[in-house]
Write a protein that binds this ligand. Structure first.
Ligand code: PAF
Length: 287
């Protein structure tokens, strides 16, 4: 496995690669969710690149940039054992050298949901993803569907700015109890981890209710909030039934919709989502 630590070294390595590349951008603290993206890339591309870069521009001033886990050696070993061809881990100084001043400004889709509580977050995400795409120059980029808004904002950027890359969203990887895998799960204390699957249970309850005919977004959202309130230890940030493409809120589920949620458990902010559909619609993947 090649370990590449600067944009210049990436440019040198990239010019030596002939076949096409699948790219998995990450902030490290790798888990099986990331590995499922690696697996998806490896089945379609002769060469897979993983980047590990904790991107300061997507964190707000009071967020967890400094405490974000950085298990450098474990991440490296995980990539090596899963057949990653190149691990790209540039540092902040080479990604944002003195004088850096150009950012990608995403549009309305980035302003609500996570964007509302994390101003500037998607500006940072889009800017770093575009930089990484320019550096790695892959045929495909693999992103997790857990970050539903991030996936759609990046798809929008790629389309709007004619970035020559295919964007592939991969299914959410879950722990045995249903908790969506996330690097931030390691912030949960053992007592907070018990019951942290409530987001998943709330989504399943909404999916079942919708399938049985409860198609009003307000009722589904209230059901989810009530479940978290009953469980205790949660502060719900949003629970919303939205259009799968635009992420605009919808009032009534006609055929299918995306249910997106974000909540804090102590100081840990968790997100999750699930497709839901009404009684008349065709079965969805996973049904
Ligand atoms: O999802 C993440 O880990 C990050 O937002 C990403 C896409 C690697 C950009 O820093």
């Amino acid at each position: 496995m090649h370990i590449i630590e600067s944009p210049e070294a990436m440019a040198r390595w990239r010019s030596s690669v002939r076949g096409d590349i699948g790219f998995v951008p990450t902030m490290g603290a790798l888990h099986e969710g990331h590995m499922s993206l690696v697996e998806a890339s490896r089945t379609s591309h002769p060469c897979t690149v993983v980047s590990v870069f904790v991107n300061p521009t997507q964190f707000g001033p009071n967020e967890d940039f400094h405490k974000y886990p950085r298990p450098v050696e474990i991440d490296e070993a995980m990539c090596l054992s899963r057949g990653v061809d190149a691990l790209y881990r540039p540092n902040v100084e080479t990604m944002y050298p003195p004088g850096f001043q150009t950012f990608v400004e995403p549009g309305a889709m980035a302003a609500r949901w996570c964007g509302a509580s994390r101003p500037g977050h998607f500006r940072g995400v889009c800017s770093v993803v575009l930089k990484l795409l320019n550096q790695v120059s892959p045929q495909s980029i693999y992103l997790g569907e857990k970050d539903a808004q991030q996936l759609r904002v990046i798809r929008r950027m790629v389309s709007d700015l004619n970035v020559p890359v295919q964007v592939t969203g991969c299914p959410i990887a879950r722990e045995k109890d249903g908790l969506a895998m996330s690097s931030r799960n390691r912030y949960l204390s053992p007592s907070q981890r018990i019951g942290a699957d409530a987001l998943f249970r709330g989504l399943i309850a909404a999916k079942d209710a919708c399938h049985e005919g409860c198609r009003h977004a307000a009722d589904l959202e209230a059901g989810f909030r009530n479940l978290l309130a009953r469980e205790g230890g949660w502060e719900c940030e949003y629970a919303a039934v939205v259009d799968d493409d635009s992420l605009e809120p919808i009032n009534l589920v006609e055929s299918k919709a995306l249910f997106i949620v974000a909540a804090r458990r102590g100081t840990t902010r968790l997100i999750d989502n699930m497709m839901i559909s009404g009684p008349d619609s065709a079965p969805m993947a996973g049904d």
